[in-house]
Write a protein that binds this ligand. Structure first.
Ligand code: ATP
Ligand code: MG
Length: 454
C-alpha cells in the first residue's frame, strides 16, 4: 500500500489550528504534532498523548483492531454491515464518485471526508487546503421544517440500508461521523429547544442554534427504544447526574430522540472529549474492543500515578460506582468503555454528562448484567477457592476504588429511592411491547432485591 497522509486540526481554541500530521503506512500509524502546537496550551490528540511530551513522531503498529491511534479511530463508524451512519457515508462517497476498496481504504476515505465537525475536538482532513476551505465555509444557516418527505426517506433508508439516499444526502451532505450502533444524525436545532425544525451541525459564528444528535428508532429491531432511552435519561437526571437537554420527538411516523451535544461550546468552538475506550487503548495494547476490560481497571486508570486523566480522582471513582449501580438497577447492561467519556470543562477534566443510558436488557439479545468481557470485583469468578457473589463483588470493587462502606451504602439507598417507581414507569410506556416490559420489570426487581440486602 502507498503511504497515506492526512492532517489533523482542532477548534479547541478561538481559531482553528493545525495540531499535526498523520501518516499511515503498511505497518504503522505515525502521528506528529506541529512543532509549535504545544505552545498553544491546547490539549492534543488524546490524554495519553500530551503535546509537550510527544515531541517526536508517535508511532503505533497497526493491528487487526487499530489502523489508527485510538482517538482517530473513534472517528470511523464501525464496519458492521448494518451500521446506519456508515451506510449513509458510503452512499455519500458513491455519490461523489469515490469508490474505495472494502476495509481500510473505505475507513480512510470516511475519515478524510467526514472525520471533521464530528464528535469531539479532532478534525481530520486530506490536506491543509481542505481544512482551510472547510473552516472558511459558513454552515447553511437556516433551519428547515422536517417534512414528511424527509421523514419517509429517513425511515426507508434506516429499514433497508441500501435504498435511495439521494434526498437525505441532498439535505445533509457528508454527515460528520458519529459512533454507536443505533441510527443517528448530527444536526442542529433552535437554541431554545426542539420546534420541529432542523439544520446542519453548527460551524462558527452560529449562535442561534444548538447542536444535537437525533437518535432514530428502528422499530423492527428495537421497538420502544426511544421511550426507554428517555426513561433512562429521566432517571439519571432525577438521581442527580448531569444530563444534557433532550426531546423525544416524532419525525413523520418515526420515533426519535433529540439530545443536546455537550462537546460543543456556546461560541461554536469544540470541547475536548475522549472516550474511556480511547484513553485505555492508547496506553494498553490489550484493550482491543470497547468491552475488553473491567470497571476496576477503569478505577485504576483514574488513579494512575503515571498520568492524570481526571482532575478530581475521588469524585470520578464515586461517579463510576454510582453509574454502575444505576446501570444495573435500570437494566441498562450496556455501560461499556465507549459509553463513558472524559471532557474538559472550565479547565477541569471529568466524566462527561450522561449519554446512552437506555435500559437495553429489555431486549433479550442484550440481556446481560454488563457487557461480556467487562466485570467488577471478580464477580462470578473463583478467587482462593471461593466463588465471588454479587454483594462480595461490590465490596471488592468499592475497596479497589478506595470507597468506604458507608459511602456505598448511602449511594445504594439513594439510587433505590430514585428507582422506587421504576417498575410502574416501565409499565406505562406506550411503545415497548408487553413481553419486553415484563422482562425488564423482572430484571429490575431482581437486582433491586440484591441491593436491598446490602
Ligand atoms: N449528548 C452528547 N454530546 C456529545 N456526544 C455524544 C452525546 N451523546 C452521544 N455522544 C457521542 O456519540 C456516540 C454515540 O452515541 P450513543 O452512545 O448515544 O449511541 P448508541 O448508538 O446508542 O451507542 P451503543 O453502540 O453504545 O448502543 C457516543 O459514544 C458519544 O461519543
Ligand atoms: Mg453508546
Amino acid at each position: 500500500m502507498k503511504d497515506r497522509n492526512a492532517v489533523i486540526w482542532t477548534r479547541l481554541g478561538a481559531q482553528p489550528v493545525k495540531m499535526g500530521t498523520l501518516v499511515v503506512t503498511d505497518k504503522e500509524a505515525r502521528f506528529s504534532y506541529e512543532s509549535d502546537y504545544d505552545k498553544t496550551g491546547l490539549r492534543g490528540l488524546g490524554l495519553v498523548y500530551p503535546p509537550d511530551v510527544f515531541t517526536s513522531t508517535n508511532v503505533r503498529q497497526r493491528t487487526e483492531y487499530f489502523d489508527f491511534h485510538p482517538p482517530i479511530k473513534s472517528l470511523v463508524p464501525s464496519r458492521e454491515e448494518r451500521n446506519f451512519q456508515r451506510a449513509l457515508l458510503l452512499k455519500y462517497l458513491e455519490k461523489i464518485n469515490v469508490k474505495p476498496e472494502p476495509g481500510f481504504d473505505t475507513d480512510w476515505n470516511i475519515l478524510i471526508h467526514a472525520g471533521h465537525g464530528a464528535i469531539g475536538h479532532i478534525d481530520v482532513f486530506e490536506s491543509d487546503e481542505a481544512a482551510n476551505q472547510w473552516y472558511s465555509t459558513p454552515s447553511k444557516k437556516g433551519l428547515v421544517e422536517l417534512d414528511d418527505k424527509f421523514g419517509f426517506s429517513l425511515k426507508e433508508f434506516m429499514t433497508w440500508f441500501d435504498g435511495d439516499a439521494e434526498l437525505l444526502i441532498d439535505i445533509l451532505g457528508p454527515t460528520p461521523t458519529v459512533g454507536g450502533a443505533i441510527p443517528k444524525l448530527p444536526l442542529s436545532i433552535d437554541r431554545n429547544g426542539w420546534d420541529g425544525r432542523i439544520g446542519l451541525p453548527t460551524r462558527f459564528g452560529d449562535t442561534g442554534r444548538t447542536d444535537i444528535l437525533l437518535k432514530l428508532e428502528n422499530s423492527a429491531q428495537y421497538p420502544g427504544i426511544i421511550e426507554l432511552e428517555t426513561l433512562g435519561l429521566d432517571i439519571h437526571r432525577a438521581a442527580g447526574f448531569d444530563v444534557p437537554r433532550y426531546w423525544p420527538v416524532r419525525v413523520k411516523d418515526l420515533n426519535a430522540l433529540a439530545i443536546e451535544r455537550f462537546d460543543r461550546a456556546e461560541n461554536g468552538s469544540t470541547v475536548f472529549m475522549e472516550s474511556i475506550y480511547s484513553v485505555l487503548a492508547s496506553g494498553n495494547d490489550q484493550i482491543t474492543n470497547h468491552y475488553s476490560t473491567t470497571y476496576d481497571h477503569i478505577g485504576a486508570a483514574i488513579d494512575s500515578p503515571a498520568i492524570q486523566i481526571i482532575t478530581d480522582r475521588k469524585a470520578a471513582k464515586k461517579h463510576l460506582l454510582d453509574r454502575l449501580i444505576l446501570a444495573m438497577l435500570t437494566g441498562n447492561g450496556d455501560l461499556h468503555l465507549e459509553n463513558l467519556s472524559i471532557i474538559e470543562q472550565q479547565g477541569k477534566l471529568g466524566f462527561s454528562p450522561v449519554y446512552d443510558p437506555a435500559p437495553m436488557r429489555a431486549y433479550s439479545i442484550h440481556n446481560a448484567l454488563f457487557p461480556t468481557g467487562m466485570g467488577f470485583g471478580d464477580y462470578g469468578d473463583e478467587v482462593n477457592g471461593e466463588s465471588i457473589g454479587f454483594k462480595n463483588a461490590y465490596k471488592r470493587f468499592r475497596k479497589n476504588l478506595g470507597i468506604s462502606k458507608t459511602t456505598m451504602q448511602n449511594s445504594i439507598e439513594h439510587l433505590l429511592t430514585v428507582t422506587d417507581d421504576y417498575a410502574k414507569r416501565i409499565d406505562t410506556l406506550e411503545t415497548l411491547p408487553a413481553e419486553n416490559k415484563a422482562n425488564l420489570i423482572k430484571i429490575h426487581q431482581d437486582i433491586r432485591r440484591k441491593f436491598e440486602g446490602f
